[in-house]
Design a protein around this ligand. Structure first.
Ligand code: FA5
Length: 353
């Protein structure tokens, strides 16, 4: 029996109306939100299939027209209701989608930068010296010959210039006088020219040398210069400070040795070496077979240098040291080739963050 309350006995068009309704409802099951309007137009719209049937009612005998009209309208109502239900069901599903967030899906990874191992090392060195009263100062990387050499007791033609050959900067006014500093020692002069004792400073930054690059030598590298001037400072203060530093940075187990050396601007002069981290002192490529790696040069500031900046060497004395930041980092992190620091290989650099 048909759902319609209209008697369908022998009703013309009824089969066509039923066929349209059946097809329409069948299709509607699969229609998605964005296609609902097309469906509505093709069955219920002005040029839709039900309207086409309604139009043909006019050709029926007059007595049959009302029943046929009612049947068509009932079909329209049925399809209209089905359309609303489908629409409601699809919207509810859509809302459901919005709430269905899978919180277990891994998020996008944000690239966060990190500190370069040499920056880390410089900061740690500054931190190690801070309790002893050393403050960090900044001095020029592009220097005059007089600060890099002459005021440090290295006159023109002094043989020490050979090991500190560097890159010169063109300067029309003073040809050959401007250069990229070969060490941070010019900072000693710059600081002493500015302040009176007591002095306790650390100057850190890039240095440049015409260098035969190998596992422990770069042509651009960082140094940390320490300078302490006061009345009554002796070589044993220097030794104490260096041992304190070595213990703070490397722990009690690492061995340090201090040997006599020569620098034109210190007297006496020395070098500090640390036991090699790669071979443990046996001798290898990194330590050139000696078992030791040189980390710094140091000494008592030469009386002529003190006099040059207007300090009275009978009243004041002090020590200075200059260490290589990369060498310290190599010893700390167990790195066997200095060139790794500046290859910009992220696989290497990411290990430190
Ligand atoms: C000097 O540069 C002196 N100015 C140090 C100094 C300061 C002595 C104050 C006395 C008083 P030297 O050339 O030895 O010295 O270098 C000092 C340290 O810098 C070395 O021990 C080493 O750790 C580092 N260094 C030197 N050359 C290089 C290089 N090419 N690559 C990387 N590190 C280097």
């Amino acid at each position: 029996m048909r759902a319609s309350s209209i008697s369908t006995e022998d009703l013309p068009l009824q089969d066509e109306i039923d066929a349209v309704v059946t097809t329409a409802l069948d299709q509607l099951k699969d229609v998605q939100l964005d296609a609902l309007d097309d469906w509505r137009r093709s069955y219920l719209g002005r040029g839709g299939r039900l309207n086409a049937l309604l139009r043909s009612i006019g050709s029926l005998p007059a007595a049959e027209r009302p029943r046929a009209g009612q049947a068509a309208n009932a079909a329209r109502k049925k399809l209209g209701t089905a359309l609303k239900q489908r629409e409601a069901a699809l919207s509810a599903e859509g809302e459901g989608d919005v709430e269905q967030i899978d919180v277990t899906i891994p998020g996008y990874r944000t690239n966060v930068g990190g500190l370069h191992p040499i920056t880390r090392t410089l900061r740690d060195i500054a931190r190690a010296f801070a309790p002893l009263g050393f403050r960090v100062v900044d001095t020029p990387e592009v220097e005059w010959d007089e600060y890099n050499f002459e005021k440090l007791n290295i006159p023109p033609d002094h043989p020490a210039r050979d090991m500190w050959d560097t890159f010169f900067v063109k300067n029309e006014a003073r040809p050959g006088a401007m250069l990229l500093r070969t060490h941070t020692s010019p900072a000693q002069i710059r600081v002493m020219e500015q302040i009176r004792p007591p002095v306790r400073v650390l100057a850190m930054g890039r240095c440049y040398r015409y260098e035969d690059v190998d596992a422990t030598h770069e042509s651009i590298f960082y140094q940390i210069e320490g300078l302490a001037i006061d009345s009554g400072i002796t070589m044993s203060d220097l030794r104490g400070v260096l041992e304190y530093f070595a213990r703070t940075m490397f722990g009690r187990d690492r061995k340090i040795r201090i040997r006599g050396s020569f620098f034109p601007f210190t007297e006496p002069s020395c070098e500090a070496e640390m036991s090699c981290h790669v071979c443990g002192g046996e001798g290898c490529r990194v330590c050139s077979g000696t078992g030791w790696i040189e980390i710094l040069g140091a000494g008592m500031v030469h009386p002529d240098v003190l006099r040059g900046v207007g300090y009275d060497p009978d009243r004041y004395s002090g020590f200075a040291f200059g260490m290589g930041a990369e060498r310290i980092a190599m010893l700390r992190y167990g790195i066997d080739d200095i060139r790794n620091f500046y290859r910009n290989d992220l696989r290497f650099l990411r290990q430190f963050n």
